[in-house]
Design a protein around this ligand. Structure first.
Ligand SMILES: [Zn+2]
Length: 133
């Protein structure tokens, strides 16, 4: 019976932080990443609203970053989508049972924006479940 030996030279170097390209999924050292923000109404920061509407893109090089950014340039920026995401964040990360005024304070939105965001979200859910004609 013979033992399987690990080949130390083929093991990945886990001491170097790595990143993943958002386009091709290549793994590369973190210090070689090309990063930038693109406008995206579906993106909200998980904790604060300063970066809402901006998506951080990470790419393996300038060409892939440009390809991703070009895709977002053609994606419509829908205010209702952003408002829905802000409402969702407030409802999933904060206290439960918020009043409309508390929700407005938590999201920084006006009541009509909250209602339009919720309506947009609900319509998308119905479309996703194929309930709309
Ligand atoms: Zn790439």
């Amino acid at each position: 019976m013979w033992k399987r030996r690990r080949r130390r030279g083929r093991q990945p170097d886990t001491s170097v932080p790595v990143e993943l390209c958002d386009l091709c999924a290549a793994v590369f050292p973190k210090d070689r990443a090309v990063r930038g923000y693109v406008r995206d109404s579906s993106a909200v920061h998980p904790e604060h609203d300063g970066d809402d509407g901006l998506r951080l893109v990470t790419a393996c090089g300038d060409d892939h970053f440009d390809t991703i950014a070009e895709g977002y340039r053609h994606r419509p920026f829908v205010s209702e989508e952003l408002w829905a995401a802000k409402v969702s964040r407030a409802l999933t990360t904060g206290p439960t049972g918020l009043t409309m005024q508390q929700l407005a304070w938590q999201t920084g939105l006006l009541e009509p924006q909250i209602r339009r965001g919720i309506a947009w979200h609900n319509q998308r859910m119905r479309q996703g479940q194929d309930l709309d004609p």
